[in-house]
Design a protein around this ligand. Sequence first.
Ligand SMILES: [Zn+2]
Length: 185
Amino acid sequence: MPDYRKERDTTILDLVKLLLQLDEAEIHEDNEGNKIQTIYLGDIRSITPSGKVYYPFAHSNVDPCPRCEGTGNLRNKHAKIHNFRRANKKYHTTFQQWYKMYGAPINRRKKQQQLKEKYINQMEQWEYQHICTECNGLGSLEARLDEDFWEQLQSELDTIGAWYHSSEGDGCNILVSRTAREQYD
Ligand SMILES: [Zn+2]
């Protein structure tokens, strides 16, 4: 099986190799009749950082984040619930007033925008818990690494107009497709 992944590099894919393989791939039609070319990228269990298969929001078989113990949230030691509620109330009542006075949010002035940001900052400062910065609220470092991986994979594929997807027969098979190039002799 060809390996499109680069070693000792910050990028996931070897795009030159990948493009050559895509050029050689047979042109076929997808469900909507579009002509595409597809190659096999790899098994989800060998290409992702965690090497595990799970559904989003059901991280039962990934290790919980040691910082937040899998909850995705951290208790805020400086929480002041009373202050939080006050800021929250101010935020909402101010918004309702603005809406009556100016209509659509687009008409708001810079000063109002600043006030809105101020209330949001206050709420974040005093809320009962923060999103865990270690796992980005996902509750698992493995899940976070995987999430970063998929995002980076797609952004690299964007540069060559391709996308990843799983095969219909086996969800563990990750494929890469792009709209077929015109074939010249
Ligand atoms: Zn965490």
